[in-house]
Design a protein. Structure first.
Length: 460
């Protein structure tokens, strides 16, 4: 099966999946972001240039959440110039299932050259010309990426870029799908684009403002999120010397202690490709974001890639989404607790926990002698003056702490990455779908077809 990237044959849906699909909000408005996502983000440290020799696998120091036997591993192959970072395991030993070994292909992040210097420079020039002519990078677009607006334009909006990337140009789709296939053990024929776009990150001015005097509303970072696709990639188009900061930050790498021996990995868990034209390949379900750009402009080509469902285990993503949703419930109740506490503190109540009355007491079963004799069980009686015990409120607060939420989130992510890809011997048969030729027909006011294709005149 030949993969075409020509504009006419590029199979992108009319309505794109939003970037936050199958995800849950990570940082509620009341919760401060990690320091790396504050408006005045810290400048990333500089690291020595990559050594010109093949490196053996390197074990990095890990966070306190990880299993000590499975710290993140770094590999570099000099011949292919491919870097591979395996994110650590977070799954407790009591939850490990030998049927789903670690690491799976989805635990690995690959950084490798995908475009030549000439190809990268030409593509960057085309992107900037299109963006300038159409003012594509002058505002954040919330119509395609609803919860996480980005400053970008879809590749299929530019006939010139589509042609350059397509079969009459550099055959980018064939190239990137081949790299994804090799990295994640999925046949290239089972891959398809959900979205492909070119995004711009620009540093804020000295006052931290992203809207300039011309009214341009740009972005200098992108908050933690999960993509709507199982696989994703980012190709760096601007040379690293053209900006400071930036890179793709991964939550699973945020606590890795950096010692300077892994040049592409910088604090706090940010991957910065060594050159323009390098691609970062990863699972879109790894929690990640765009680290803050502190100087200059960073332009990237981003793709969300769908994997045919024959390769995935039913229910694995759904189970993970339910767990992430439970974190939202924990945060919701803690926000209610905090709101009530602040209200009572303003009224002079200086207790560490609020007085939270149970308003739905009248709908709960009552502790009657008849119920005890029938059910052989008792229940505390709730009345109009019943309140939630302080121990329960302390539990709500503890379970919604940033550390607790993050730990659960990483455990769920690790479990999902182990389970979602089926082994090759368990994958279903390929279904070859051939698209027929589209014919334009006419409809009258009642929806009856007036124009018929040749040979259909006798149809009922």
């Amino acid at each position: 099966m030949q993969h075409s990237f020509d504009r006419s044959s590029l199979q992108l849906p009319t309505t794109m999946l939003s970037i936050e699909a199958f995800s849950t909000p990570i940082f509620p408005a009341a919760m401060p972001l990690h320091s790396s996502f504050q408006r005045h983000g810290h400048l990333l440290h500089s690291y020595p240039p990559l050594n010109n020799h093949r490196q053996s696998p390197k074990t990095l120091l890990s966070s306190t959440f990880t299993n000590q036997d499975t710290d993140p591993i770094f590999n570099y192959d000099e011949e292919s110039r491919c870097h591979v970072i395996t994110v650590p395991s977070f799954l407790p030993n009591t939850q490990i299932n030998d049927d789903f070994p670690y690491p799976s292909p989805l635990h690995k992040i690959h950084v490798l050259p995908i475009l030549s210097t000439e190809e990268t420079s030409h593509l960057l020039a085309l992107a900037r010309n299109h963006a300038n002519e159409n003012k594509s990078w002058n505002q954040q677009d919330s119509s395609r990426h609803v919860s996480y607006p980005t400053v970008d334009f879809a590749i299929d909006e530019s006939a010139e870029i589509s042609e350059y990337l397509g079969n009459n140009g550099i055959k980018f789709q064939e190239r990137i799908f081949g790299a994804l296939s090799d990295a994640f053990d999925v046949d290239a024929d089972d891959l398809s684009f959900l979205d492909l776009f070119c995004a711009s990150y620009e540093a804020a001015d000295g006052g931290g403002q992203l809207t300039d005097e011309e009214g341009r509303d740009t972005m200098d970072r992108l908050e933690f999120h999960r993509d709507g696709s199982l696989l994703s990639f980012t190709v760096l188009l601007t040379p690293p010397e053209g900006f400071e900061g930036g890179g793709t930050i991964f939550d699973a790498l945020r606590d890795v202690h950096i010692d300077g021996t892994v040049p592409i990995l910088k604090s706090p868990g940010t991957i910065n490709p060594p050159e323009a034209g390098f691609a970062t390949l990863h699972s879109g379900k790894l929690l990640h974001g765009g680290h803050v750009v502190t100087k200059g402009q960073r332009v990237v080509l981003v793709g969300f890639v769908s994997v045919d469902e024959r390769n995935t285990r039913d229910g694995a993503l759904g189970d993970a989404t339910k767990e992430w949703g439970r974190n939202d419930v924990r945060l919701f109740w803690d926000r209610r607790r905090l709101s009530l506490l602040k209200k009572q503190q303003r009224a002079g109540n200086n207790q560490s926990q609020p007085t939270w009355r149970i308003k739905n007491w009248r709908y709960l079963p009552k502790d009657t002698s008849e119920r005890r004799s029938e059910k052989n069980e008792g229940r505390s009686y709730f009345g109009p003056h019943s309140i939630i015990p302080h121990k329960v409120l302390e539990s709500i607060e503890r379970r919604a702490s940033q550390e607790s939420i993050r730990k659960r989130r990483l455990i769920t992510e690790d479990k999902m990455l182990r389970e979602i890809l089926l082994p090759r011997n368990e994958r279903g048969e390929k279904v070859n779908m051939q698209m027929g030729e589209w014919k334009e027909v006419e409809f009258d006011m009642d929806g009856l077809i007036l124009g018929w294709e040749e040979g259909n005149e006798g149809a009922n």
